[in-house]
Write a protein that binds this ligand. Structure first.
Ligand code: UDP
Ligand code: MG
Length: 318
């Protein structure tokens, strides 16, 4: 099979009106630039006519490949499957709703091929979305930027390009599509940059993500950061904390006992140990500490049985 320049991976859920226009636009850009390409549609369980539209489009554009999910799994699972199928040198993801412009493709391709970036993330600098969406998104991006150390402004932009190796090395799941750059960095791909891209208002249909995106986004950020740092060695975090707390509890207990003994030796009436706040601090600290220790230990045991415990990414071998 001849080498393909670009794999376009396009997840879609109920976007029947946009697809013909998208196909035409992509075809035009690809032909103008003489790219060989495949356009992989992942129909994420649409219940409108999206799949029929794709079947029709495939008759006029043989570069189309498409997969249909039986039900709606979400954008991340759709991307995951698209990444598995992709064969192009450069893989470009894009939303199906015409908000991302295919005119960005040539430059996104060039930045991977010539500037040798691993990942180029779109940045919807001038964004055409309601304020209820743009404001929380600003906050998220700032948090993600600080937490991950990746200097990009728009983690969740649907328009991104990747060196093939990147998408074959990461596993997008749940709602992790928001944090693909973090997953890539974690896998060892450090050449990550961004490019300002054009963003259009939604022409047809409506957004598929509601207000719950904020909560999920937050939890996923915690999860991705946490598993990056401690996923392989949970004991480092939990058991260190646990040990510190148990030690604290121990020290306080010693203090309490010596105090009491010294007072009694001097013949004074000593306050009952259970009358003092310190006693309760020692108690809670001891209990919580041992639970933390145990949590770390259990995590470690789970890890030991994990099938991916020795899953390392090897770049070259001679
Ligand atoms: N999408 C999907 N599965 C879903 C939700 C969305 O494949 O469960 C697709 C959707 O069809 C679109 C892209 O993901 O192509 C981005 O979705 P949307 O435009 O609704 O997100 P927004 O632009 O509002 O962030
Ligand atoms: Mg959209």
């Amino acid at each position: 099979m001849s080498q393909i320049d670009i794999s376009l991976v396009i997840p879609l859920y109920n976007e029947e009106e946009s697809l013909p226009e998208l196909n035409e636009w992509v075809e035009r850009v690809m032909n103008e630039n003489k790219f060989s390409y495949e356009m992989i549609f992942i129909d994420d369980g649409s219940n409108d006519g999206s799949w029929d539209v794709i079947v029709e489009l495939k008759k006029i554009n043989p570069n189309i490949r498409a997969i249909q999910f039986r039900r709606n799994y979400g954008k991340s699972p759709a991307l995951f499957v698209g990444f598995e199928k992709a064969q192009g040198d450069v893989v470009i993801t894009m939303d199906a709703d015409l908000q991302d412009s295919p005119d960005e493709i040539p430059e996104l391709y060039r930045m991977i091929k010539e500037d040798k970036y691993d990942l180029v993330s779109g940045w919807k600098h001038c964004r055409h979305d309601p304020i209820g969406k743009t404001l929380p998104s600003k906050l998220f991006n700032r948090t993600a930027r600080i937490a991950s150390g990746i200097k990009i402004h728009d983690f969740n932009c649907g328009l991104k390009s990747y060196r093939k190796k990147v998408i074959k090395s990461i596993e997008v799941y749940g709602e992790m599509h928001r944090y693909i750059p973090i997953l890539a960095k974690k896998a060892g791909f450090n050449r990550i940059t961004e490019k300002v891209v054009e963003h259009n208002p939604r022409k047809y249909g409506k957004s598929k993500f509601g207000i719950e995106r904020m909560l999920k986004g937050y939890i996923d950020l915690l999860s991705v950061m946490f598993s990056t740092k401690f996923g392989r060695r949970p004991m480092y975090l939990f058991s260190t904390l646990g040990t510190l707390m148990i030690l604290g509890s121990f020290v306080i207990t010693i203090i309490l006992i010596t105090q009491k003994l010294m007072l009694q030796a001097d013949g004074e009436v000593a306050r009952s140990v259970t009358d003092q706040p310190l006693f309760f601090m020692a108690l809670t600290s001891g209990i919580i500490g041992s639970q933390l220790f145990l949590a770390g230990f259990l995590g470690e045991m789970l890890n030991r049985n994990s099938s991916i415990r020795n899953n390392y990414l090897i770049d070259e071998e001679i």
